[in-house]
Write a protein that binds this ligand. Structure first.
Ligand SMILES: Cc1cc2nc3c(=O)[nH]c(=O)nc-3n(C[C@H](O)[C@H](O)[C@H](O)COP(=O)(O)OP(=O)(O)OC[C@H]3O[C@@H](n4cnc5c(N)ncnc54)[C@H](O)[C@@H]3O)c2cc1C
Length: 381
């Protein structure tokens, strides 16, 4: 199917990123998986070439492009089976908070570093006792003179080891009656006293992603690190979650397409009973079904991305895209893995890793059940 989303500039941008990936990502992936994180240096290299926050205006150090440039990067990372280099989380989830809600002073302070790769960001919402139910977070930020003093812990935080800045959700009003209106967002620098990076968590997939626990023990930040108004955190998060969900859906479709393409090659090479396994009707039907799913997903996601770039409010569509494409990707990858036989169970095969990487897409950025809760609510059910 022809795609109409991208301009000539976006195609050129994709070619440039592919060249970058060939040189700076693919040769290092096995080592990153062993280390449990990507090299710090690759962030700076990506920044130097304009691949971080490409949508940000040039005056803040960005490339002055748009979310479609980010879409290109998300797709290419999925096509290169790189699940740990969390460029999308940084460029398209965390930094947009700074860009939309930051004061001019805050933007000048942080955005150039976010674009250059000097500053790697993370977002700390989830806690050991609260994930889906964000209003139930326990981390507190208490005003003390010109500062806030933060206490609490976060878990499952992507970029948890490498981050230099954390966008942190904390309660400035712990009164349960104000559960939603009591949450504020703070930008916390990693070198603040009382901010401790906990252990890197062992996960079933995304081995090169440094997902970690974070602890805040009487961590003092100046009031100038508060983002937006006190108590506006929940509202800001609701506004920004649409794009976060979209980034996951974009990765899911591109990842499923890549696994399908690689499986098509494999079944033509692998022989059983004197012929390529592509000649068995079961193989053909499974791959045709997978192609149909990918094409339906592709048509939907491209339309939602186009609407998002046009500035439409698409909460329902983004929520549907998130749960449908991630369920779809898991099904497609599972069927493809089956066609690899025993090799599909071996970690050296990309399809095996893709299977494990894909599982989390149904959980993070709001679980797929929560996506359905949102859509049902919007339907007035
Ligand atoms: C690899 C990884 C990376 C992550 N990165 C980050 C990050 O960078 N920053 C961050 O803040 N968080 C991050 N998360 C956390 C992630 O967003 C949460 O795990 C997710 O939102 C679910 O929260 P929970 O784990 O507390 O599950 P729970 O909220 O405890 O949910 C458990 C189950 O109950 C279901 N459930 C809950 N409420 C409802 C309901 N109302 N109706 C129906 N079913 C419901 C859920 O769908 C789920 O199946 C990450 C998680 C992982 C695994």
């Amino acid at each position: 199917m022809d795609r109409t989303l991208f301009s000539e500039e976006h195609h050129a941008f994709r070619e440039a990123f592919r060249t970058f990936a060939k040189r700076e990502i693919t040769p290092h992936q096995a080592r990153w998986r062993e280390a449990g994180q990507v090299d710090r240096e690759v962030w700076r290299k990506a920044g130097a070439q304009g691949f971080l926050c490409p949508w940000i205006e040039e005056k803040y150090g960005g490339a002055g492009s748009d979310f479609l440039a980010s879409t290109v990067i998300i797709e290419e990372l999925a096509r290169h089976y790189e699940s740990g280099f969390a460029m999308a989380l940084h460029s398209d989830v965390v930094v947009p908070y700074l860009h939309t809600f930051g004061t001019e002073e805050q933007k000048q302070r942080w955005l150039p570093g976010c674009c250059s790769g000097e500053l790697v960001t993370a977002i700390g919402m989830t806690e050991p006792g609260a994930g889906s139910d964000l209003a139930a977070i326990q981390t507190t930020a208490v005003k003390d003179g010109d500062d806030y003093v933060i206490n609490g812990s976060k878990t499952f935080i992507s970029n948890g080891q490498l981050c230099d800045l954390v966008m942190l959700a904390a309660k400035t009003d712990p009164d349960p009656k104000n559960a939603h209106r009591g949450i504020s967002l703070f930008v916390v620098e990693a070198n603040r006293k009382g901010f401790v990076k906990g252990k890197r968590l062992h996960k079933m997939g995304m081995p090169s992603q440094d997902t970690s626990e974070l602890f805040f023990e009487d961590c003092r930040v100046p009031a100038s690190n508060l983002l937006g108004q006190p108590g506006a955190g929940f509202m800001m998060m609701m506004q920004k979650l649409q794009q976060e969900r979209l980034t996951v859906a974009i990765a899911a479709v591109a990842g499923a397409e890549q696994v399908l393409a690689d499986t098509m090659d494999y079944v033509k090479e692998r022989h059983a009973f004197g012929k390529p396994i592509s000649k068995f009707q079961n193989t053909q039907f499974k791959l045709v079904e997978a192609l149909a799913k990918c094409q339906v997903g592709r048509a939907y996601i491209d339309q939602v991305v186009a609407g998002h770039v046009a500035g439409k409010e698409l909460v329902t569509e983004c929520s549907i895209a998130k749960f449908w494409t991630t369920d779809m990707a898991q099904e497609v990858i599972d069927e493809c893995l089956q066609l690899f036989g025993g090799y599909g169970y071996m970690l050296e095969y990309p399809v095996t890793r893709a299977f494990m990487d894909a599982r989390v897409q149904r959980i993070y950025a709001g679980t797929n059940e929560i996506m359905k809760v949102i859509v049902a609510k919007r339907l007035g059910l």
